[in-house]
Design a protein around this ligand. Structure first.
Ligand code: SF4
Ligand code: SF4
Length: 424
């Protein structure tokens, strides 16, 4: 992705431009003609997911989502909008940091380390080399929260200056062009406004930013470039400077989307979590949590992975595969002698404390962008905003009324009282 030139239209106009005709179709045509695989939101299996788009009709025209804690539904109305949805079911990490990827294949007599770009071992070709040159791609219709998530992932997986570098991620990310879209229809689970990541696209992190407006029976699009590549893309489609009324409509739409958000994290979650290491509420969450790991898989910034080796039955090859992992599994914290985090309460505490606190220490930012996916897709509706709010409440300490219960890390024999909640 290019850099600089934020907030200008094509032709060097100082502000956004109005795309003429079907601007979205025109943009997609230019991207595809340039040999780019266009990936964006589309409807599949009752959800809006991210898939390669062949034509503008693949976008979710008329579809809008209802999201609540533990609930996701799609509804259709005869409306011209293509971006009237909140965060899709998947984040873009699925493309850049895939759920499963070959790291390299070892041959008897030598190793082909495809992560370093080699594609042949001394005794033959590597049959499972990952993409040394990934296809040119364009991400289309990226929500503002997901732009923020891309920035977080870039800082972790493509940041050699900080010592963090995943060559495969960096290769996929390097030439990807990003077309973002303002969010006009946040879901009930969204809290990007409070996190400062939406619902309007900011000033950086994209090549082109779109605003979808409805005029009568038609959707129209304002666009601004955020990079030289984005300016060149806008140059290739018909446009004119946006009018003052169109700019005002875009601003009003973002204000309405901001006011529509009802969820938010309490102020200063780091301080709340620092005070809450032994809070009773961990046991309450543990009694509900299934330890399924869905929250970490749905989260656009969770990047943890495990590595598995598999040897062929004839002993000639061994493939090393990286797969997404989750800190909610017991095996995730296994070291010799057992798992460090033996209870669900300990794992939830680890996850939320990492996202909202330790992430700042490690990477200088929040690990949460407020997309709400973990709230929507948790099968039992565990809600990160509500859990932090509960942790901020001062509750009677168990220590005041009797012997200590089992610490949340499960390291001591529990001594239960009659009114104890179920053990984590
Ligand atoms: S923690 Fe939840 S709300 Fe925050 S970025 Fe991850 S999935 Fe989205
Ligand atoms: S918080 Fe919800 S989604 Fe996450 S592991 Fe527990 S039950 Fe699964």
């Amino acid at each position: 992705m290019g850099a600089g030139q934020p907030n200008s239209g094509g032709s060097g106009e100082p502000g956004p431009v109005r795309l003429l005709g079907d601007g979205v179709a025109a943009l997609m045509a230019v991207l595809r003609a340039a040999g780019r695989e266009v990936i964006g939101p589309t409807v599949r299996d009752g959800a809006i997911v991210l898939r390669p788009l062949k034509r503008p009709d693949d976008l979710p025209r008329g579809w809008h989502d209802r999201q609540e804690a533990g609930l996701y539904r799609l509804d259709w109305e005869d409306r011209p909008t293509r971006f009237a949805h909140a965060a899709p079911a998947q984040g873009w990490k699925r493309v850049l940091h895939p759920p499963e990827a070959c790291v390299g294949t070892a041959y008897r007599g030598g190793i082909a380390s495809s992560a370093e770009g080699a594609d042949a071992g001394p005794d033959g070709p590597c049959w499972a080399a990952p993409e040394a040159s990934p296809p040119l791609r364009a991400f289309f219709g990226v929500r503002p929260c997901d732009l923020a998530a891309l920035s977080v992932l870039d800082g972790i997986l493509a940041n050699p200056a900080a010592g963090y570098h995943d060559p495969a991620y960096a290769r996929r990310r390097r030439d990807t062009l990003v077309v973002a879209a303002d969010c006009a229809s946040p879901a009930a689970t969204c809290f990007c406004a409070g996190m400062g990541t939406g619902p309007g696209v900011g000033d950086s992190g994209f090549d082109v930013a779109l605003t979808e407006l409805v005029e009568g029976d038609a959707a129209v699009y304002l666009a601004r470039a955020g990079s030289p590549a984005g300016a060149a893309l806008l140059e290739a489609v018909e446009h004119r400077p946006a009018s003052d009324a169109e700019r005002a409509a875009a601003t009003d739409q973002t204000v309405r989307a901001t006011k529509a958000q009802t969820r938010a994290l309490p102020a200063d979650p780091r301080a709340i979590l620092a005070r809450a290491t032994e809070h009773r509420h961990w046991a309450d969450v543990a009694a509900r949590c299934l330890a399924c790991g869905t929250c970490t898989l749905a989260c656009p910034t969770c990047f943890c992975a495990t590595v598995e080796d598999a040897t062929s039955l004839d002993g000639v090859t061994a493939a090393r595969t990286r797969r997404w992992s989750s800190c909610f599994t017991e095996a995730f914290s296994y070291i010799h002698g057992g798992a460090v985090r033996g209870t669900r309460g300990a794992r939830y505490r680890q996850w939320i404390t990492h996202k909202l606190s330790a992430w700042y220490d490690q990477f200088g930012t929040s690990g949460c962008v407020g997309c709400g996916r973990c709230v929507t897709w948790c099968p039992v509706g565990i809600d990160i905003t509500a859990e932090v709010a509960a942790l901020s409440e001062t509750r009677p300490s168990h220590r005041r009324r009797g012997p200590a219960r089992r610490p949340v890390d499960g390291s001591a024999t529990p001594r239960r009282r009659k009114d104890d909640p179920p053990a984590p």
